[in-house]
Design a protein around this ligand. Structure first.
Ligand SMILES: NC(=O)c1ccc[n+]([C@@H]2O[C@H](COP(=O)([O-])OP(=O)(O)OC[C@H]3O[C@@H](n4cnc5c(N)ncnc54)[C@H](O)[C@@H]3O)[C@@H](O)[C@H]2O)c1
Length: 359
């Protein structure tokens, strides 16, 4: 007979009643004839047969068989003496129930900001949301980018898009008014936006101009704060915000320069927003993705070398993929991540844990 761990279920009430049940079984067990015990230990008794063997008045608890867990528990003891030694006190054992996890976001609504084309990390996230049945609205920076997004959305139902420069209060007001009109409320906000002038990333960090500093930090960090503020009145309890960051916030990555500072600001802003929005049941996290070949990455001098070195040093021997970013986002944006907020969560094939690679 399989003698697996005893599953007490999850409620206190269940625990108490099952203990009472066991006590009943204990009394019955003590009164059992040896043949019955042998059956019990050998492979599980046919209860009707056992009860008839027991006599005209079998113990109440064995008349029916609604107690397989108690039976399994009793069967753990090779002899009645062993049972008595155990004092009949069941240990509480964690059980793992095999299950298939699927995420259902039907009935949920999302706004994804920052899809330039099919390679955009924002699109990798949107694909997961759409596959989970979420209704998704998109914002794009300027009309120049509209064509690419239109191509991606062609033929999909329940999607819409609107132009919005995230640094423009006017555009944000119009965008979130559209969200209200389309959805009424919002469950998910994805901020996948960053920019720094190329001049700020080509030269030395020490030469960063105030203009480039302001641009990089405003677009790449402040817009998380401003979009969260616009979204706040619409976000429902259980809402979730995710943005994207990079490890250059923590360690120096050559040429990342002011963008490293902007990402540090974004990560700090994530914590402050999380602390304020938690009271309304809204979570805020940022995903630290490894290098990926996107338009934004192209503007980083030496990105190709960085991409190859990151793959070579990563424990998994490769870079993470946009799809893996999407899957992590799905976790954080769905109920699976319900206890996670204020965090910078890495998806980089482990590259960030390595200080150097020793062959
Ligand atoms: N590609 C990588 O290697 C990598 C790694 C880690 C983190 N990230 C982050 O991922 C996010 C998305 O970047 P991506 O790599 O997918 O590149 P991407 O170029 O596809 O996306 C960047 C998006 O930001 C938008 N944007 C820039 N300025 C804007 C503004 N003022 N208003 C509205 N939108 C604006 C662009 O239009 C574009 O859609 C960024 O935050 C980036 O820093 C990228």
């Amino acid at each position: 007979m399989p003698c697996g761990p005893l599953d007490w279920g999850h409620s206190t009430q269940g625990f108490v009643s099952e203990r009472a049940l066991l006590r009943q079984h204990v009394r019955a067990y003590r009164a059992l004839d040896p043949g019955w015990r042998a059956d019990l230990h050998a492979g599980g008794p046919d209860l009707a047969a056992c009860c008839s063997r027991f006599g005209p008045r079998p113990p109440e608890a064995f008349l029916h068989d609604p107690f397989p867990r108690a039976k399994a528990y009793l069967a753990r003891f090779p002899t009645p003496a062993a049972y008595t030694r155990s004092n009949a006190r069941p240990r509480r054992v964690a059980t793992v129930t095999p299950m298939t996890v699927s995420v259902d976001l039907s009935g949920k609504t999302a706004l994804v900001m920052g899809v330039a084309n099919a390679r955009s990390l924002g699109w990798a996230i949107a694909e997961q949301l759409l596959a989970a049945g979420c209704r998704v609205g998109f914002s794009y920076q300027g009309e120049r980018l509209r064509g690419e997004l239109d191509k991606l959305l062609a033929g999909r139902e329940g999607v819409w898009s609107q132009q919005a420069d995230a640094t423009s209060e006017e555009d944000l007001t119009a965008l979130f008014s559209r969200v209200r009109d389309e959805f009424g409320s919002l469950d998910i906000l994805v901020h996948s936006i960053a920019f720094a002038p190329r001049t700020a990333m080509e030269g030395r960090f020490i030469d960063t101009t105030p203009e480039d500093w302001n641009t990089a930090l405003t677009v790449s960090a402040y817009t998380l704060v401003s979009t969260a503020r616009h979204a706040e009145p619409l976000l429902r309890d259980g809402g979730s915000i995710v943005s994207l960051t990079y490890h250059a916030s923590q360690q120096v990555v050559p040429k990342y320069n002011v963008m490293g500072v902007a990402k540090a600001a974004l990560e700090a802003a994530t914590r402050y927003l999380a602390s304020e929005m938690g009271a309304a049941g809204v979570r805020v996290n940022t995903i630290s993705a490894g290098p990926m070949r996107t338009i934004a990455a192209r503007s980083i001098p030496g990105f190709g070398t960085m991409y190859e070195k990151a793959a070579a040093s990563a424990p998994l021997g490769r870079n993470a993929t946009p799809e893996e970013v999407g899957k992590l986002a799905l976790f954080l944006l769905s109920d699976l991540g319900s206890g996670v907020t204020g965090q910078t969560v890495y998806v980089d094939a482990g590259a960030s844990i390595m200080s150097m690679k020793v062959e």
